[in-house]
Design a protein around this ligand. Sequence first.
Ligand SMILES: [Fe+2]
Length: 602
Amino acid sequence: MKILGISAHYHDSAAALVADGVPVCAAQEERLSRRKGDATFPVRAIEWCLDQADIDPADLDAVVFYERSMLKFDRILTCALRGFPRSWRSFPAAIKNSLGEKVWARGIISSHLGVQKGKILFTDHHASHAAAAFLTAPTRRAAIMTADGVGEWATLTVGHGERRPNGGTDLTLLREVRFPHSLGLLYSAFTAYLGFTVNEDEYKVMGLAAYGRPNMADRVRRLIHPTPDGAFAIVPDYFEYHTTGERSYSDKFVELFGPERSPYDPIDLASAEGQRFADCAASIQRVLEDTLVDLARQLRRETGLTDLCFGGGVALNGVANARVLAESGFERVFVPPAPGDAGCALGAALYADRVYFGNPDRDVPDHPFWGPTVSGDELARAAREDGLPVDEVDDPTLVERVADDLAAGRVVGWMEGACEFGPRALGHRSLLAAPHAHAMRDRLNRDIKCREEFRPFAPVVPAEAADRFFDLPSGGARLARFMSGVFPVRPEWRPRLAAVTHVDGSARVQVLEREMAPRLHALLEAYGHRTGIPVLLNTSFNVAGEPIVAAALEGYSTFRRSGIDTLVAGRAVVTKRVAPASERPEEGATCASRNAAGSSAA
Ligand SMILES: [Fe+2]
């Protein structure tokens, strides 16, 4: 049975194909359209999935949309009416969006793909999140928690799943918290207040939190309080996301926390104002963590289960995930590589396969590499046409060569096989560098990534060496498989892992098992032989404002436009000619000039 899952029209569209119960491929539309966070109907991703499997739309047994669009429309309409007359200005935009896209999902899918309407199914948004978390995890029985901004009405669900010995699958969601009561939207309101982009920059709030003290947590708790059933409720007066849609927080919110930050002002952590924003970030972060820990602890007591599968956009918060693991009583916490809405494409397809059609349980390969593959030949061709030196070598030679480059302080663009499904580079589309010095972090921020200085980089370490450098609790390595947890760097190693240690001594470490990415694992070992520290800085292969690269030519273009020194794909290794000092860009000019070029093109 071949099932196509689709998520679209909100944020980060995606498509995924499941055949005979196992994923064949999955991709976010942005990786193919090259528009970051592309939310349009994922025509390219669908086409690519069908090409990969060498099938026509007519061969599909079902197409599953990741949420019930009529229910979502119902919420938008209801909230607009409740908020009237304050909502009247935003209502036409909301309704146009819904009428134009969401409500008519069946018609859009049918007209794009030419499949019969009877083959088009819908899952609940949070059932898609739950399936993406539970049905991809190597566990047979687990509690399930999902948390995001909002789906149709639900914003958080708890339940449990079981893959039964007879091959059947049980996936039960016991309770839900409904809009406007939402942890995701609460966090997003602070994201907006702190001058960042909602639905995109929530992780910046988490990064900024490490610079602050949670001394406003009591104030945050005035916005959200526990309810007798063990859940929570927000106090609507502090927000506007449920009424106007123009701003997510209200004047009352600003009275409580002070003036908001302008997105155009840099955050100066040395100033009182900058510190207030960091304290504010620390405070919302603390309240989010406390709330999730309470919910998970209660779910642990209620289900008696030892594993938790956690999905939804809120599960991207690695600091909160680590506290859930440490404090809820669950022994293992599984967060999928794509816990957000893109992952719902795969979740919806798996849900339809196991629950709707009742197909037998199958193990799902435990890795994130479901996207387009990279071609070393394509890279070699492009570089040669450009007159750059290319070496085509076997794997052992390539690993030694790249380890030499890294040990010499060069930044390496590392492309291998299929690209990651989900927001994080986990070793197939990564920028790698030496993790030892602050100077490397600053160089990457300044010359390549063009981003705020408070943003930390993440390390990758072989599983065998992880405990030596990082203070991982029991179950920590699992959470770190897809970079879903933030853990302390051991104090004695912090000075030598300065580029990947956050200001509070933590790191969002990826713990790499050899079988998940053997060539990167070998590279880490080779680097360890040279430096005594088998740890590399691993950040996503993209520059600010662009999606992670997918094809070789995108990697090559990024390499040419930025301060990356060496580029690898397949057997090909490309190096830049070192320009004479007089021709090199001035320090700091790389990002500035690129940003200027970007804004004039936009
Ligand atoms: Fe969601």
